[in-house]
Ligand binder design. Sequence first.
Ligand code: ADP
Length: 339
Amino acid sequence: DPAATSQISHLALDIGGTLIKLVYFSANGDHCEDSRSNEISVVHGKLCFAKFETKKIDDCLEFIRFNILHHSGVQHQNGMAHDKLSVKATGGGAFKFADLFKEKLGILLDKEDEMCSLVGGVNFLLKTVPREAFTYLDGQKEFVEIDHNDLYPYLLVNIGSGVSMIKVDGDGKYERISGTSLGGGTFLGLGKLLTKCESFDELLELSHHGNNRVIDMLVGDIYGGTDYSKIGLSSTAIASSFGKAISDGKELEDYQPEDVARSLLRMISNNIGQIAYLNALRFGLKRILFGGFFIRGLEYTMDTISVAVHFWSRGEAKAMFLRHEGFLGALGAFTSYKT
Ligand code: ADP
């Protein structure tokens, strides 16, 4: 009976393969736990953001219980879970963990389509949040104000555990045109195996101090240090990611984990940039927006993606990034309360 179900309209979830993302409303911003710089001011309060590893879903449930249910005046009756509350949720986990939310918090997950939420989130950000989109090239971050009447079409590339590429033609008008399984999950999974690091942040930190040329085979390595300019390749272009490991006579232990992490980040970012460009070309799209928690505002990642798009499109297509990159799906689910 939907009439008997009250919505907690100030919370939305995106439960992904790696991370759970929360967007919630706080009247005074007091309960914005995570990354205050992410807050978005709205009428009568603030939108706050939080994330948890999906494997630590119990921490997320506790967070919701103490910070959101408690402060919203929604109390459990006689210590029993209230079973008539619903919350907008997207991502695969909205299906996988539906029973858990019901059991532990008495919350019903009201499922929103994942692609629809991603697109809804991006459109919301571009239309309502100033200084949201920016380009990153040659170490320069430049904010781009996109004319609302000239927003579409664009290509949305969401780099989560896997990668989805969505052609967006309007509000609610979109098509998933491509994707790749070589995404953030691949970077983190392979990175953990190869460097023995424990977390994404550790892997990023390693990559920050590494040099990819130690392991990647460059054009110059093959051509003896000269450019292969006839086909437009400079001597420093990567001919084969990890290619030097074939003939270096080294074991994994002989490489610095920093260099391995750097090559891996470069390989994944480059590949996504190139596939994105090819899809933009396929549909004549000039604007490519990159989102997903893989990016994390990291300069090296954004630079690699931007250079790949710039290089392959000969400057025709533009890679853009979003300040709230990791919360697109959760924001889309949040905005769906209005409709
Ligand atoms: P999903 O919805 O599939 O979980 P996300 O957009 O949340 O996708 O992105 C997940 C990816 O983001 C991970 O695979 C990893 O590459 C990266 N990432 C960024 N920050 C973290 C973190 N703190 N813990 C784990 N992965 C992270």
